[in-house]
Write a protein that binds this ligand. Structure first.
Ligand code: SF4
Length: 381
């Protein structure tokens, strides 16, 4: 089973914390769409030459940027082109990232007639000062209306993004945001700590003293608060930043975390097949120029065995299923397994990790330090 990610590099307004590839100018939209269709042609055999029919897609994900900026007619053209080479079953998860200001009733009705069967809504907060701090385009009323409209249009398979740790958000506000989400009975939440990436407008404003800084301690406490609240509400904390009810995990994200092949299309999109990864140029003009000349706009890297091990440790530890010691032994040998167990002893003593049924699994406390723990267990350590 395979997954496809499509990057849509256009937004209506720049959020101050964002370091994804996007542009607020939409002058390249038509050329981008033409090139996207062409790139699909060029990458049709990414999952291998089909012998017995088209490869089945487990998931298709439109991310960005703001994919909901596109007309539904444009999305349908992408679906038609993809269907020439790939097959969509009734089980294929087809997600569209959407911003609240795009989700009016008319748009949602049109989306409901398209193959999209899951919406990922970038709410980030229901609290106006947080939205202003992040320079989000929508207000709390639009956030609530977008969810109401999506549910009324029949999109039961929803996921919402929330952000915590902004200086404008105290624990009470964060709890309220989580409670609002829970009250909607939405099956999936992705919640991210606000991070200040270098060179973003937020980083510049904080450096100049125009915005209050983000405090690590507040972020850590709000992570713990979230774990507690979501657990009480019956959501499985299945990845550091993701929670799901009734097994409604994101298939798209699971393919990243479980090492399945995926194809990325559009500027800045990444692709992966076991042992190799690719990344498209992070520049829409260069992407258009390259695809127009029939050249794939990507660079590639063959992963060494050590890199593959590090990637497995990093991604598996972030999930509730953890790092499978049998898999480590099968792929990297008994000595590596023994080394990993030895290296984990300190983290187990600190209460950050447990060994259970042959898996190394982070505790809720350890999840807070997932990247640090993983890097302590890397090949060269
Ligand atoms: S809408 Fe998303 S991609 Fe666009 S600027 Fe905001 S965070 Fe970045």
């Amino acid at each position: 089973m395979a997954g496809i990610y499509i990057h849509v590099p256009f937004c209506r307004q720049a959020c101050h914390y964002c370091n994804f590839h996007f542009s607020v100018s939409r002058k390249h939209t038509d050329r981008y769409l033409e090139c996207l269709l062409r790139e699909i042609d060029m990458q049709r055999n990414f999952f291998g030459e089909p012998s017995g029919g088209k490869p089945n897609l487990d998931s298709l994900y439109f991310g960005g940027g703001t994919p909901s900026i596109l007309e539904v007619g444009a999305l349908n053209k992408v679906f038609e082109k993809l269907s020439d080479y790939f097959s969509f079953g009734s089980q294929t998860e087809i997600t569209l990232e959407a911003n609240p200001d795009d989700l009016d009733r008319e748009k949602l009705q049109a989306l409901k007639q398209s193959p999209v069967n899951r919406l990922s809504i970038g709410i980030q907060s229901f609290h106006a000062p947080d939205l202003a701090y992040m320079n989000r385009i929508h207000d709390p009323a639009q956030a609530a209306r977008a969810i109401d409209n999506a549910l009324a249009a029949g999109f039961g398979n929803l996921t919402v993004d929330l952000i915590y740790g902004t200086p404008t958000m105290d624990d009470h506000v964060w709890k309220n945001n989580l409670q609002k989400f829970i009250d909607y009975q939405i099956p999936h939440l992705s919640a991210y700590a606000l991070t200040v990436e270098p060179k973003t407008p937020l980083a510049v404003k904080i450096r100049r003293g125009q915005m209050p800084p983000v405090e690590e301690e507040r972020t850590a406490l709000q992570f713990e608060l979230m774990v507690e609240v979501m657990d009480r509400a019956g959501y499985a904390h299945y990845e550091v930043s993701n929670f799901a009810r009734s097994g409604q995990f994101s298939r798209h994200n699971l393919s990243y975390w479980t090492g399945k092949s995926y194809l990325g299309l559009g500027p800045s999109a990444h692709s992966f097949r076991p042992g190799q990864r690719w990344w498209n140029v992070s520049n829409t003009g260069q992407y258009i120029a390259s695809v127009s000349e029939g050249v794939l706009p990507c660079e590639t890297e063959i992963l060494t065995s050590a890199q593959q091990f590090d990637e497995y440790v990093m991604t598996s530890l972030r999930t509730m299923w953890g790092c499978a010691l049998d898999k480590v032994e099968k792929n990297w040998g008994r000595a590596r397994r023994e080394m990993l167990v030895k290296q984990s002893a300190g983290h187990i003593r600190m209460g950050w990790m447990v060994e259970t049924a042959g898996h190394l699994v982070l505790t809720p406390k350890g999840m807070l330090f997932a990247d640090r723990v993983a890097s302590d267990l890397f090949w060269g350590k």
